[in-house]
Design a protein around this ligand. Structure first.
Ligand code: SAH
Ligand code: SF4
Ligand code: F3S
Length: 480
């Protein structure tokens, strides 16, 4: 979901969605329309940011702006930024230099910074990056047309107001670069947890849940348009809680899962991310009881050591997390679990790092996003703890975790050979247009030969014949 760590890129292609970082939207759109105004947008960071870019596209569309893929032809260049690690911010600074070059050659071009870095740096951005015209935080996108109009009149604008209510529930996102099969639905915003390493509570504000009805309506609409999989998105989806203002009735995450699962048995439901402390048995039962709720949980552990978890303020111990993993496998023996891991957090010893290693072994994660600790200004860890693990040690520990995770992923995938899975076709495989790629309910990528009459969005039974640490290869059979 998020990655900016070159060490990982070299070692394990599976843990990355690096190719999506900086993705520009607008590919399917016609070239520049004469007389119309065009915006170009690039997105960084997590899926929430990519999802927000689709909301931004919708708001700008209403204001008469069309998306365009060629940044040099754009009237407005936007970058939706991430602050999660230092590296993510450096990447954005580099991109701003490229945008500034364009502006030097074409002075009327406006440049806007959106997202988490905008929120973190606020007006300081305008001092540090003189050619930026507007700075807009994640809760202020409705103000974009106004800010752009002001900037056109030469007035630089900043809106980084964080809201307690904004969920953009009524805005229908423009699915700019979609495969037509899978889509993301944002169900909540913000985060009320205070993990000591994390900048998100400061950049995204307080947790708030979107109307359950608007979520189900969006899922239904996507299904009607041919989509066959939706991922319910939030920093902490399991604490979803929406109170119907008319009846006072409260919908929790388990109930929301059941409601979206009922849209159609052919619509797959995924969700991300789950904080281990909030995932209840009711959520696990809702997963078990609905075939179309995918048997896959992203359950970030961060560290396998109780002392470090306490310093991270994750609110669970090693033993508690182990019990949660056992519970998941007990209720759904075929469920896959993945994780996020940070190596070299403040004061982490070699022994404590070994606890993370043994946790990866125990939980048998299908995959993990792995990072070395990057101190973020203003977070509790930056204020109270010393970032005292040398960078070389952090990176060496990261390499060890990545190598272990890769070997476990390879073993788990090898164990699937000979089994058959229902796979949702997403599109052509990366390497050949004679093969499809799709996923199993456990979120494992499968590549297999195309047969006549099949198309993206179809479900196919595939028998697995071969595997690597990242992909299963198989042969389709029968029909569904
Ligand atoms: N809400 C999600 C995480 C969002 S951030 C959750 O609680 O699981 C995604 C991941 O980035 C985190 O899980 C963590 O592993 C990593 N991360 C966050 N802050 C970091 C930091 N300061 N240094 C390194 N990795 C970090
Ligand atoms: Fe950050 Fe923790 Fe919130 Fe996740 S749950 S976004 S890691 S503060
Ligand atoms: Fe980055 Fe903000 Fe997401 S900091 S990871 S874009 S919530």
């Amino acid at each position: 979901m998020y990655n900016d760590n070159p060490t990982i890129q070299d070692l394990n292609a599976k843990t990355i969605d690096e190719k999506r970082q900086g993705e520009a939207f607008g590919a399917e759109f016609a070239p520049k329309k004469p007389g119309a105004k065009h915006f170009y947008i690039e997105s960084y960071g997590c899926q929430m940011n990519f999802s927000d870019s689709e909301i931004v596209a919708s708001i700008l569309g209403e204001a008469g702006y069309s998306p365009i893929r060629d940044m040099e032809a754009a009237d407005l260049i936007l970058v939706n930024t991430c602050s999660i690690r230092e590296k993510a911010e450096e990447t954005v600074r580099k991109r701003l230099r490229v945008f500034n070059k364009i502006k030097e050659g074409k002075p009327g071009t406006m440049i806007g910074v959106l997202g988490c870095m905008a929120e973190r740096l606020k007006a300081k951005f305008l001092e540090e990056e003189k050619l930026v015209d507007i700075v807009v935080g994640p809760d202020a996108y409705r103000d974009l047309p106004g800010l752009v109009a002001g900037a056109e009149d030469g007035e630089k604008g900043v809106n980084v107001f964080l809201s307690r209510e904004e969920t953009y529930a009524d805005i229908s996102p423009v699915r700019l670069q979609s495969n037509g099969v899978t889509a993301f639905i944002s169900i909540m915003r913000g985060c009320d947890n205070m993990c000591s390493f994390c900048v998100v509570p400061y950049t995204r504000g307080r947790e708030r849940s979107r109307s359950a009805f608007s979520i189900v309506a969006e899922a239904t609409n996507l299904f009607d348009k041919g989509f066959r999989e939706v991922t319910l998105l939030g920093q902490n989806v399991d604490s979803y809680k929406w109170e119907n203002p008319e009846t006072g009735e409260v919908t929790n995450f388990a109930q929301l899962l059941t409601m979206t699962a009922a849209v159609d048995p052919d619509l797959r439901i995924r969700f991300s991310t789950s904080h281990p402390k909030d995932i209840t048995d009711d959520v696990l039962y809702a997963m078990r009881d609905h075939e179309n709720v995918c048997k896959y949980i992203h359950l970030p552990v961060q560290s396998g050591n109780t002392r470090i978890l306490d310093l991270m303020n994750r609110t669970y111990t090693r033993e508690w997390y182990i019990d949660k993993v056992k519970r998941i496998y007990e209720i759904m023996p075929d469920c896959a679990i993945s994780s996020d891991i940070i190596t070299g957090f403040c004061t982490e010893t070699e022994e404590e790092h070994q606890d993370t290693m043994s946790m990866v072994e125990f939980a048998r994660y299908s995959m993990s996003y792995m990072f070395f600790y990057s101190e973020r200004p203003g977070t509790p860890a930056a204020r109270k703890l010393e970032d005292d693990v040398p960078e070389a040690t952090k990176k060496r520990r990261l390499t060890e975790v990545i190598e272990l995770q890769t070997s476990i992923s390879r073993e788990l995938n090898a164990a699937e050979v000979g089994k058959s899975f229902k796979v949702l076709i997403e599109g052509d495989s990366k390497k050949s247009d004679k093969d499809w790629k799709g996923r199993t309910t456990q979120n494992r990528m499968v590549v297999f030969p195309k047969r006549e009459g099949e198309k993206p969005g179809d479900y196919v039974m595939v028998k697995i014949l071969d595997s690597t640490s990242a992909t299963l290869f198989g042969e389709p059979f029968g029909s569904l």
